[in-house]
Design a protein around this ligand. Structure first.
Ligand code: ASN
Ligand code: ZN
Ligand code: CA
Length: 331
C-alpha cells in the first residue's frame, strides 16, 4: 500500500558523551534514517574504501571504552546526528548540501592516526584512534568541525589556503563549538575550546582556544598583513576570536566551568549578542555572501550584509558585528 522506512533507535555508550540515542535501522545497523540515512562504518585499520557497516545483534552499541570498537562508532554517529540537527533546527539547512542527503562516517582509520578529516570526494568524514595520551578523535566538536568542512565546500567553498583557508578552518571551529553547545550534553558540555576531550597534545590542553587563540602558542589573535603566511589552522585564530567576541563580548567570563578572557586589538569593549545570533549571521554570510576567495576584509563585509538582512541595518546585532571585526583589527 505504501512504502516507509522504519525509524529505529538504539542506545550508544559513548566515550565522551555518556549514554545517547542512536539511529539504528534496520535491525540493527548504524544507519540514521531520521537524518538522511547517515551510516557509520568500521575501517578496522584500513585507509580506503568504506570498510564494514557497523552491524549488531542487539541494539546497544559500545561500552564507553576505546577498547570496544563500537564505542568510537557510537561517538561519531552521535556527533553526526547532532550536527545534522543543529544545521536543520538552528540554520534551517537540510543536510550539508541542503538536499536532505546524509554524508557518512568512518572510524578506526589507519594505525595510531591522530587526526580526523572531511573528504569531498567520498562526501564522508573519517576519524583516527589517536595514540599515546591522544584519544579517538570522535568528540562532538571535532565531528561538527569535520562535517562543517562539507558544509563550507557546498556553500562558499572557501579555498583552503591563505586568508580564505583560515576562514574555512574558522567556520569549522565556529560551527563545531556551536554544535557542542547546542547538544547540551552533560558529559561533554559546550565551550569555546576545540578538542578538549581528546588530549591531543598529551598534556591535558585543548587543540585551540577561541577567546584568545594565541593561548595555543601558534594561532594569531588579530588580523595582520602577514596572516596569510600561517597554516590555515592558525590563521583561523582571528575569525574564531571574532566569533567569541561577537557571542560573549570582551573581557573575563566563566561559562560551564571554563574561564575565558578575551582581549581586543585596540582596547575597545565589545558587547556580545549571544551565540545563536552570531552563528546565524556567520552561516548566512557563508551561504549567501562569501565566495572561494573571500578574505578577512571580505568576511567583514559579508557578515555585515548578513546581519543587516537578519536583524536590520543599525540593529544592535549589526553594530556588534562591526565592533567585533574592529576588535580583531579588521576595519
Ligand atoms: N583535522 C584537520 C582539519 O579538519 C585535517 C586537515 O588538516 N585537513 O582541519
Ligand atoms: Zn579543519
Ligand atoms: Ca569543545
Amino acid at each position: 500500500l505504501y512504502a516507509y522506512e522504519a525509524i529505529e533507535t538504539g542506545t550508544g555508550h559513548t566515550q565522551y558523551a555518556g549514554t545517547v540515542t542512536l539511529g539504528t535501522a534496520p535491525s540493527y545497523t548504524l544507519t540514521d534514517t531520521a537524518r538522511g540515512g547517515h551510516k557509520t562504518y568500521d575501517l578496522n585499520g584500513g585507509t580506503s574504501g568504506t570498510g564494514t557497516l557497523f552491524t549488531n545483534s542487539t541494539d546497544t552499541w559500545g561500552n564507553g571504552l576505546a577498547t570496544n570498537r563500537e564505542t568510537a562508532a557510537a561517538d561519531a554517529h552521535y556527533g553526526a546526528a547532532l550536527t545534522w540537527d543543529f544545521y536543520k533546527n538552528e540554520l534551517g539547512r537540510n543536510g550539508i548540501r541542503g538536499d536532505g542527503v546524509a554524508a557518512y562516517s568512518r572510524v578506526h582509520y589507519g594505525n595510531a592516526y591522530v587526526n580526523a578529516f572531511w573528504s569531498d570526494s567520498c562526501f564522508c568524514m573519517t576519524y583516527g584512534d589517536g595514540a599515546g595520551n591522544a584519544k579517538p578523535l570522535t568528540s562532538i566538536d571535532v565531528a561538527g568541525h569535520e562535517m562543517t568542512h562539507g558544509l563550507t565546500a557546498a556553500t562558499a567553498n572557501l579555498r583552503y589556503s591563505k586568508e580564505s583557508g583560515g576562514l574555512n578552518e574558522a567556520t569549522s571551529d565556529i560551527l563545531g563549538a556551536s554544535v557542542e553547545f547546542y547538544a547540551g550534553n552533560a558529559s561533554d558540555v559546550g565551550d569555546y575550546l576545540i578538542g578538549e576531550k581528546i588530549d591531543i597534545r598529551g598534556n591535558g590542553t585543548p587543540l585551540r582556544y577561541m577567546d584568545k587563540p594565541s593561548r595555543d602558542g601558534n594561532s594569531a589573535d588579530y588580523w595582520s598583513s602577514s596572516l596569510g603566511r600561517l597554516d590555515v589552522h592558525y590563521s583561523s585564530g582571528p575569525a574564531n576570536h571574532f566569533f567569541y567576541l561577537l557571542s560573549e563580548g570582551s573581557g573575563a567570563k566563566t561559562l560551564n566551568g571554563v574561564s575565558y578572557n578575551s582581549p581586543t586589538f585596540d582596547g575597545s569593549t565589545v558587547t556580545g549578542i549571544g551565540r545563536a545570533a552570531a552563528y546565524k549571521i556567520w552561516f548566512k554570510a557563508l551561504s549567501t555572501y562569501m565566495t572561494s576567495s573571500t578574505n578577512y576584509a571580505g568576511a567583514r563585509v559579508a557578515t555585515l550584509s548578513a546581519a543587516a538582512d537578519l536583524y536590520g541595518a543599525g540593529s544592535p546585532e549589526h553594530t556588534a558585528v562591526a565592533a567585533a571585526w574592529t576588535a580583531i583589527n579588521v576595519k
